[in-house]
Design a protein around this ligand. Sequence first.
Ligand SMILES: Cc1cc2nc3c(=O)[nH]c(=O)nc-3n(C[C@H](O)[C@H](O)[C@H](O)COP(=O)(O)O)c2cc1C
Length: 418
Amino acid sequence: MNYRVLGKDLTVSAVGLGCMGMSHAYGAPPDRREMSALLAQAVELGCTFFDTAEVYGSPDNPHHNEELLGQALKPYRSKVVIATKFGIRFDMSSPAVNKPLIPDSRPETIRASVEGSLRRLNTDHIDLYYQHRMDPKVPVEEVAGIMADLIREGKITHWGLSEADEDTIRRAHAVCPVTAVQNRYSMMARWYEPLFAALDELGAGFVAFSPLANRSPHKEGCTFTALSEVGKALEGAGVETETFWIGVKPLSGCIACKTCASKHKCVFDDAVNQFLDIAGDYDGFVFGTPVHWGGATGALTSFLDRAFYADFCGGGNRFLLKPAAAVMSARRAGTIATWDQLNKYFGLMQMPIISSRYWNMVHGAAPEQARKDLEGMQTMRILGKNMAFFLKCKEAGLAAGVPLPEQEAISFTNFIRD
Ligand SMILES: Cc1cc2nc3c(=O)[nH]c(=O)nc-3n(C[C@H](O)[C@H](O)[C@H](O)COP(=O)(O)O)c2cc1C
C-alpha cells in the first residue's frame, strides 16, 4: 500500500474505503458481521483511510454507517484515519421515496452533529470532518470558524469540504486551513481537474469519491438539474411536484410473461411497482434521462417498458390522458433520438405530449455545466409552465362537464393473420 499526506500532516493510505454502500443508497445494508470482517480485512491490507457520514443510514437506522464503523474499527482506532461529514439531513416529511436533501450548517446543528458522530464512532476525536454540502444560508467563513473552534477543543483534528468549488475553498481556507476536498472524480467525471492547481497552491489534498465511476443516472446530476427546473416552474404555477428516482439497482427488462395482466403490476417487485403504486395519484409526468449511447439509459428503458406494459395489460388506466414530457441531458449528442424514443411511449399510452419552445434538452457533463446551458434551462422552465397550463385547462374542462372520451375495446390486428 502507498501512503499520502493530505494537507500538512494527515497521512492516509492512497486507497481509502468509502463505506456509504454498506448502509445507504444501494439497498438494504448487507450482513453486519460480513461488513465488519471486510473492514478488518481492509486494515490488514494496509488501508488506513475510512470514509463515512452522519447521514449514511438505512430506513431503520439513520446513522447505521457511523455505528458500524465505530464498532468494527474500534480495535484499530489508533492506526486508522476516520473521515465523517456533517451539514445535510433528509426531509423526512416528504412522501417521496428518495427524500430531498436539506443543507443545514447552522452552528448549533454542527455542534449537535459532532457530538453524535463522536459517540457513534466510539472515539474522542474525528480525524477529518467534512462539510457534506454547502449551506446557502450559512457563509462558509462561519463554518470554518466553527471548525477552528472544534480543532482547538480537540474534537476534530482536520477538516474539509465536499462538492466544493474553488471560490468556496479559498474563502474557507483563509479562515481555517482546509486539509482535503472530497469531490466526485473518475475517468468518467473529470470536471474538477482545473481545481487541482488551486489545491496544490493551498496545500490541500483531493479525495476522489466514486473513483471507479458509479452508475448514472446520478441522483443529483444533469438530468436532475433539468427536471428540477421544470419542477420549479410547475410549483411557481401552483402545481405540486414530486420526484421519483428510479435508483441505481439493476432493473430487469420486460420478460413478456404477462403476469401483469392478472396481477395489475409487474412480476418483478422493484422500483417499477413502487412507481405503479403511486402513479395513479399523479396528474402528469415528466420523465428524465441522461443520453447513454445515443438513447435513453438501459435502466429507464427497462423501467418504462415494464411500467407501461403492466398498466396497459392490467387495464390500470393510471396514465390515460395525463400529460407527459421527456427531458434529456447529454454531453453532446443523441438527445433527439432519445426524445423520439420516449415520446413513443406516450403515443401508446394516450398521454398528450407537452412541448416547450425547443426540444427538451440540456447539455453538460456536470450539474454546473447544465446550469450554464441557459437556453436549455429556459426550455425546462417553459416546459413546466406549459404543462401547468395544460393541467389547469384539463381540470377546468372536467369541472365544466367535458368528459374524458369513452374508451373503445382494443382491436388487435396483427400484420400476419392466423
Ligand atoms: C454510458 C454512458 C453513455 C453516454 N453516452 C452519451 C451519448 O451518446 N451522447 C452524449 O452526448 N453524452 C453521452 N454520455 C454523457 C451523458 O449523457 C451526460 O454527461 C449527461 O448529461 C449526464 O447526465 P446525469 O448527470 O443526469 O447522469 C454518456 C454517459 C454515459 C455514462
